[in-house]
Design a protein around this ligand. Sequence first.
Ligand SMILES: *Cc1c(COP(=O)(O)O)cnc(C)c1O
Length: 477
Amino acid sequence: MNDPRSRIPSVDALVTSRDAAPLIEEFGRDRSVDAIRAAVDTIRARVSAAAAGGRLEEWDDRVEDVATYLGPAREALEVADVPSLRRVVNATGVVLHTNLGRAPLAEVAVEAMRAAARQYTNLEFDLESGTRGSRYAHCVSLLTELTGAEDALVVNNAAGALVLAVNTTARGAGIAVSRGELVEIGGGFRIPEVLERAGATLVEVGSTNRTRLGDYRTALMEQGAVAVLKVHRSNFRITGFTEEASIAELSEVAQGAGVPLVHDLGSGLMIDAEALGLPAEPRAMESVAAGADVVVVSGDKLLGGPQAGIIVGSAVWIAKMRKNPLCRALRVDKVTLAGLEATLRLYRRTEQALARIPTLRMLAEPAASVRARAESLAERLGVEGVSSTIVPTKGAIGGGTYPGVELDSWALELDGGSGAESLATALRGGDPPVIGRIVDDRVRLDARTVLPGQEGDLVRRVAESAARSLPQAEGLP
Ligand SMILES: *Cc1c(COP(=O)(O)O)cnc(C)c1O
């Protein structure tokens, strides 16, 4: 009998076979040829391995069948076509999960972004005069209305906004920052390094736990600082024997010295934290009222909008930032502006913001309501033959905000028969991936961050994954 290895079809024969036509039609000739070649190589290696093991007859029937090669080729091409960036179900209970893309957007924001993406817009066009306008004109009136600032500027993200603010206020000179605020904001974004890259020299003020007004005065009068930066410690806390200068106090000192006060605030909370049942957190409007010249906040943290860096403050400094060439490098795109504007508009009425901005809605949802949703999920899973337990759990706000604050929540706890790790892996493995947490060797799916409309996906994926990671469950009705 012929050695099956000599009967492996040529790549050319496979490519020109009738069965390859749909593959080429769908994925294009070049990619299809490459995939077919890779499949032929794989099968040849496997046939050789079979020969070495004396199991060559296993391939007798299959080696000449085009499906032996076209099947794996199609699979490889399909896998390669799964998008890299995909929707996931966030069942971690962390509302602003930076790794999962932070804030999911309000429906009106999504609609506005869709419309801006599909069509031409007046991005840089003045409709009244019919001449060139400014992209930086959008969102300004909403931001000044909501924060009380004289002017506003939107750029790509808050980290970029801070670079722009520092570069505009202190390039080639010193900027005074408390030693207690020389923080890393996340992803290696460290204040001292950022200041240096933004062209300013750090003038360290005070000590890690105590910085007084007098320390700032010294920095301004004797150490050559031409601006003051206050960084909100959004992702950690200093407690005990501490002292720091307030924005109002700093504003007086800065004004006295004739230098600007920049406040890197971060979170972008726009409503009273009490409405969310959370401890007080400084807001942009308060910084503006207390006299900060430049306030920097993030668009996709507690504001609940798209990724953006929002700068509000004095007309003079905002105008200088707009003219800074760096502004062009940090510019925001039309889709983001559309989404941000729609999100900001919801803030004109707090009840509307709370009901329609997913981040706020999730943060404000009472634990009892989360529990009811977890129970309904458990019931639906029961129908699919998957048993689960409802357990109280702790979620987090996330996004580097509210350090140490936990959200009372409820989760589905799954009985991962062959181990929590393998169940968690299976949950991440399908479409859409479901991301949970492992607590005490069990998989927990926190219902708080499961979005409306995702329940069906969640139930299907859990049932699928439980079947895959529980071999002993196979064969059950
Ligand atoms: C999160 C944060 C930033 C960075 O905001 P991005 O929008 O993620 O760039 C800057 N400063 C503070 C204090 C923050 O909390």
